[in-house]
Design a protein around this ligand. Structure first.
Ligand code: FES
Ligand code: FE2
Length: 430
């Protein structure tokens, strides 16, 4: 691959438009960012039983994530070893075998070629064991979150999570016994580069403006004490902050901005009173803690390059081309909590995340338009808070921290983007 002067494209205080527009950079990203390091693939609760599978993408590479009869997880490349057709067309299911629809080659759910129709005629010594589905060399699960990489020598996921590990643990441990169950999905598409969603993921400046209609409605209906009001006046005076956690992972903590408990600051949602009465009467001392798990987590935790955790939902970012992207939004239930809590989690997901996401998507498309259509103006500004960023060590990880409206998280993920794009990637399939 050609060497590019990345230092001339990404500075701490500005970033060049070409990294959002150049198809060659995009092609490089699909290997250097979306294959050479860990990429989030799926959650174990989506394939709980032997022979369960789910299809997904790692960047643009189509994958089948399977659990074989022995419980082992595999990340198979959904590309027939014969003449390249995708093999599995289903979103998820339970199958011991996958048969390609073109010429009937059949694979076990560990990828082995187990059926070769009309075998006469293949050359002497044609060895079925060399023609299975390819697999990722590295697959690892961290507390149910499955990551994969085409780099056989990646460090373990817990180490790579760096400063994000403690916040992911917080997100998981909000569910009783840490038992998260990923349930319903909806999908959003936008005409924009995937990194526009990263620019936004740690952006505490936009909420007061891009989500203004929602914020005004929230104020008018419920006064200034409910969730989202923390962005109304001067968000940086609330104690909310943004962090660069290392390895591209970034974080926004909205918890210091709340004026009360999660439960008290949650807007009214259908069924709230009835659910609270039931949980209080049936759960006794545990009721208050359980009710706190119903509203969103009040954190935005983004695990580079494709997992954006917001509230109680996980958003998987899938680049399609240099200017087309998809977001798959998965609601997470707390599997060991009473049904009422999970019903409320659904209602909460229908509140701000569902109504706020279209604001963000619209903005990504406007940014892509501005970047594409005005070549004379080459730069985007990422300077806010640069001179006052705190840098410190926490549990052996270097953390950069700034006020919530500062650009600390953007600078953080771009630092990792630049490092990964300059590296010589060691990637292969097995
Ligand atoms: S392409 Fe799959 S069997 Fe021929
Ligand atoms: Fe937003």
């Amino acid at each position: 691959m050609e060497t590019r002067d990345l230092d001339a494209l990404v500075y701490p205080d500005r970033v060049h438009r070409s990294i959002y527009l150049d198809p060659e950079i995009f092609e490089e990203e699909m290997t250097k960012i979306f294959a050479a390091n860990w990429v989030y693939l799926a959650h174990e609760s989506q394939i709980p039983e032997p022979n369960d599978f789910i299809t997904t993408e790692m960047g643009r590479r189509p994958l089948i994530i399977t659990r074989d009869a022995n419980g082992q997880i595999h990340a198979l490349v959904n590309r027939c070893a014969h003449r390249a057709s995708t093999v599995c067309q289903e979103a998820c299911g339970n199958a011991k075998r996958f048969t390609c629809g073109y010429h009937g080659w059949t694979y076990g759910n560990d990828g082995a070629l187990v059926g070769l129709p009309f075998p006469k005629g293949y050359p002497e010594g044609y060895d079925k064991s060399e023609h299975g589905l390819h697999r990722l060399p590295s697959v690892e699960s961290y507390r149910g979150f499955i990551f994969g990489s085409m780099n056989p020598d990646v460090e373990d996921v817990a180490t790579w999570l760096a400063g994000a590990k403690e916040y992911l643990d917080y997100f998981i441990d909000r569910a009783p016994n840490g038992n998260i169950q990923v349930r319903n999905k909806h999908r959003l598409t936008f005409r924009g580069n995937w990194k526009l969603a990263w620019d936004n993921a740690g952006d505490g400046l936009h909420a007061s403006f891009a989500h203004k209609s929602f914020a005004l409605l929230n104020e008018a209906r419920y006064g200034g004490k409910k969730s989202l009001s923390q962005f109304k006046h001067t968000p940086d005076d609330t104690g909310m902050f943004g962090e660069d956690l290392g390895n591209g992972h970034i974080f926004v903590d909205q918890r210091p901005g709340l004026s009360g408990t999660f439960w008290d600051t949650q807007r009214p949602i259908p069924g709230r009173e009835h659910a609270a009465d039931t949980v209080r009467s049936e759960q006794g001392d545990k009721a208050d803690a359980l009710l706190e798990a119903a509203p969103g987590s009040m954190i935005n935790l983004s695990i580079f390059p494709n997992l954006l955790i917001k509230g109680n939902q996980m958003e998987i970012l899938t680049p399609k081309s240099v200017n087309e992207s998809e977001l798959h939004l998965w609601i997470c239930a707390a599997a060991d909590a009473p049904d009422e809590i999970n019903t409320l989690r659904m209602r909460v997901a229908e509140d701000f995340p569902t109504l706020g996401n279209p604001d963000d998507i619209e903005i990504y498309e406007r940014c892509q338009q501005g970047l594409e259509q005005v070549p004379e103006i080459e730069w985007m500004d990422t300077s806010k808070g640069l001179d006052v960023e705190e840098v410190f060590e926490r549990d052996g990880n270097t953390i950069h921290r700034g006020a919530v409206t500062h650009d600390t998280p953007i600078r953080g993920y771009l630092r990792e983007w630049k490092r990964a794009m300059a590296a010589d990637p060691k990637v292969k399939l097995v």
